[in-house]
Design a protein around this ligand. Structure first.
Ligand SMILES: C[S@@+](CC[C@H](N)C(=O)[O-])C[C@H]1O[C@@H](n2cnc3c(N)ncnc32)[C@H](O)[C@@H]1O
Length: 347
């Protein structure tokens, strides 16, 4: 059939081209087969993309002329949303960068181009957000003490109520230091909430228990969307553990859920950024008013933002200069959200 209409099948594999089972409606199937082959052979997305690229080129030209702050308004006159405009520009860029095939474009090639464009767009968005946060100027509020420093060399207050932190997951030395730090600086009855990789839970537990901290519980940030990162090459993580330890006996002011479901992992400000909602929920229930909270591994400032919001006394360090400036800006510009969350569902 295929040969009779002059089209080539995708495979010469005789096993795949074996006759189909006799009870099938061969006539109908053959008609569909012929039509699919005709359509797919004739399919060429390139002319459409050429037009999209032309629009993209025009938009780039316009963008250089439109004044700062007026871009969205100007686009609206063309009937375009900013996101759509970026899609056109991404198509134009892909063409300039020679990421299109020289001849016809197949659906697979088109989808690859779209994926790459989306990736580039997300990267540009992240860059812009990080730059904006790093550019924030002003004095931090009096309840926030945040410095760029190595946490091991920083002078920390005595009698910390809660240490809430997320050390670099692969650095077990950082967890070892944290164990000693918590054993020394937490007040009796104070809590350590530490995030770690699921596969390192036993090691982290051992380190903390060796420092005479008591294991209390495991809390979880649960991701309602599947994440692409695979741990151990096999398991795709759908949750992330937060281990809770205490120094001596403890009391918790309010009961709370140990799991908090979030939609997706926002990573715009830091590659390891954690969602803020679970921490708002947990610290709202675990910290007494005016409690002293420490985060030695601040990253993008998630814990600092929550402390600022709830008027908790925050002490934090971040080693990396760029991350420090971004986190400082984020804490400075963090808007107090009200009312405080009273539901563990983030969506
Ligand atoms: C996993 S990230 C924290 C991410 C954070 N949970 C957030 O939401 O953005 C760990 C951070 O600790 C910082 N860090 C690593 N070693 C440090 C040290 N010795 N002192 C202070 N900060 C350190 C890293 O630069 C990194 O930004």
């Amino acid at each position: 059939m295929v040969e009779s209409i002059g089209l080539k099948p995708y495979t010469e594999d005789v096993k795949l081209l074996r006759p189909l089972a006799p009870w099938l409606n061969m006539k109908a199937l053959r008609q569909i087969e012929q039509r699919v082959l005709e359509l797919s052979q004739a399919l060429d997305l390139r002319p459409t993309l050429e037009k999209a690229a032309e629009i993209g080129e025009l938009l780039v030209e316009a963008r250089s002329q439109v004044q700062h702050g007026q871009w969205a308004g100007w686009l609206a006159r063309c009937g375009l949303r900013p996101r759509t405009a970026w899609d056109y520009i991404a198509v134009a860029n892909a063409k300039v960068e020679n990421r299109w095939p020289a001849t016809r474009m197949t659906i697979k090639q088109f989808l690859d181009t779209v994926r790459r464009a989306k990736f580039a767009e997300r990267r540009a968005e992240r860059q812009a957000e990080r730059q904006a946060a790093a550019g924030e100027r002003g004095k931090l509020p009096s309840n926030v003490e945040f410095v760029q420093a190595d946490c091991r060399k920083h002078l920390w207050p005595d009698h910390i109520d809660i240490i809430a932190t997320d050390p670099p997951w692969t650095e077990l030395d950082a967890y070892k230091w944290l164990a000693g730090f918590a054993a020394q600086r937490l007040r009796i009855g104070g809590l350590l909430l530490v995030q770690c990789a699921t596969m390192h839970m036993p090691q982290v537990m051992n380190l903390m228990c060796a420092a005479r901290l008591n294991y209390v519980w495991t809390m979880a940030i649960i991701y309602s969307e599947t994440r692409t990162v695979r741990a151990n090459g096999r398991f795709r993580a759908t949750w992330s553990p937060i281990l809770v330890f205490s120094r001596g006996d403890f009391t918790i002011p309010q009961s709370l859920s140990d799991g908090y479901t979030v939609r997706g992992g926002e990573k715009n400000l830091h590659d390891w950024q954690q969602p803020i909602e679970p921490w708002r929920y947990w610290l709202d229930r675990l910290a007494r008013p005016g409690a002293v909270v420490a985060d030695p591994f601040v990253g993008s400032g998630t814990i600092g933002c929550v402390c600022r919001e709830y008027g908790l006394c925050f002490h934090g360090t971040e080693l990396d200069k760029v991350a420090y400036r971004i986190a400082r800006g984020r804490i400075l510009s963090h808007e107090v959200q009200s009312p405080a969350p009273d539901d563990r569902e983030g969506s």
